[in-house]
Ligand binder design. Structure first.
Ligand code: EPU
Length: 299
């Protein structure tokens, strides 16, 4: 436990919300409720909430923009640490520091205003900086690991992880393997005048992606040179539907929800996995992060 601040006093200051709705706080618009959510605003508040939940043996999840998750329809008898109110961006010499709750669009607006280039490829990704770093998100040709100089991480103690120590991989980082919370990132940028133009280029490219409620790509691209979308498409699974969930006709790695049932999406993900394995002997690996309980025997 961190000792250099008064935990109990800090916790009292943190805004909370009872009966937190996952449906209202994820891009899927799906999921049940959690007992309570905490909205820390400062580094010390984040650390205090993290310590408090750990010390009390509480079950908890950390939620940024909720763009890469599928939350269960069932009640989550635990807490959510939302980074939504934890936002700060500072310019240093040749990098900027931003806290994990900053969204990609806020980050890019800041870059436009301050003529900072190097992050344009993130345009249109509906993520928070914390989620992006955790998952090493980005595009097919550039990932956030190429910009990260250091990450500030709390696991009961404050750490500054160098890029190397983050162990970035395919939609993976070491932060996924340890119990911790990402506080902020030092991101390499450079001065440039045509930042907005480059952002618009990436936004245009994203317009070809499916509309509708989704978590972006469901599966990782694990087969070298073949995208998971292409594999699912080749297996003839576009349009496959279970209840309110459907494999997009536009891009087969997107599963769109038209209803109010996370279990339908879960069942369809598992069905796609099974079908692809049966038809092509390829093991797809989920990129989407599940929150709460799902019944495997339902799938
Ligand atoms: N393709 C098909 N059928 C499909 C989907 C794709 O034939 O249903 C083909 C495309 O025509 C193209 C190739 O597969 O020739 C690659 O498709 P795309 O350019 O859409 O890229 P991707 O590999 O499917 C990756 C990221 C996306 C990111 C795009 C563009 C992953 C898992 N996916 O998709 O990221 O938007 O590149 O940069 O890394 C996400 O992370 O949630 C995500 C959507």
């Amino acid at each position: 436990m961190q000792q250099d601040y008064n935990n109990a006093e800090l916790i009292k200051k943190v805004r909370t919300e009872k009966n937190f709705s996952f449906a209202k706080n994820t891009t899927y618009g799906l999921g049940g409720r959690a007992r309570i959510a905490y909205y820390p605003q400062t580094e010390n508040e984040v650390a205090a909430v993290f310590d408090y939940l750990k010390d009390n043996g509480e079950k908890f999840v950390i939620l940024g923009a909720g763009s890469n998750v599928l939350a269960s329809d069932k009640f989550f008898d635990g807490a959510v640490i939302s980074t939504k109110s934890f936002k700060k961006i500072l310019i240093k010499d040749n990098f900027l520091y931003c806290t994990s709750g900053v969204s990609v669009s806020e980050l890019l607006n800041f870059c436009i205003k301050n003529c900072l280039s190097g992050l344009e490829y993130l345009a249109g990704i509906p993520a928070s900086v914390g989620g992006l770093c955790l998952m090493n998100g980005g595009t097919f040709d550039k990932r956030i690991c190429e910009n990260v100089l250091n990450l500030r991480v709390y696991d009961g103690k404050m750490h500054d992880f160098t890029n190397k120590n983050c162990n970035f991989g395919n939609k993976h980082s070491i932060m996924r393997d340890i119990s911790c919370i990402i506080l902020g990132a030092e991101l390499a940028v450079e001065y440039s005048v045509n930042v907005e133009e480059k952002i618009n280029y990436y936004l245009k490219a994203r317009r070809s992606q499916p509309k509708g409620r989704s978590c972006g790509c469901v599966f990782k691209n694990t087969q070298s040179n073949i995208s998971a979308g292409k594999i699912i498409d080749s297996a003839g699974l576009k349009g496959l539907t279970i209840g309110s969930a459907r494999v997009s006709e536009k891009h087969a790695n997107f599963i769109i929800s038209n209803g109010n049932c996370a279990a339908d999406v879960f069942k369809l993900i598992k069905k796609v996995k099974r079908e692809v394995y049966e038809r092509m002997r390829i093991d797809l690996e989920e990129e989407v992060v599940y929150i709460g309980e799902f019944n495997d025997f339902d799938s």
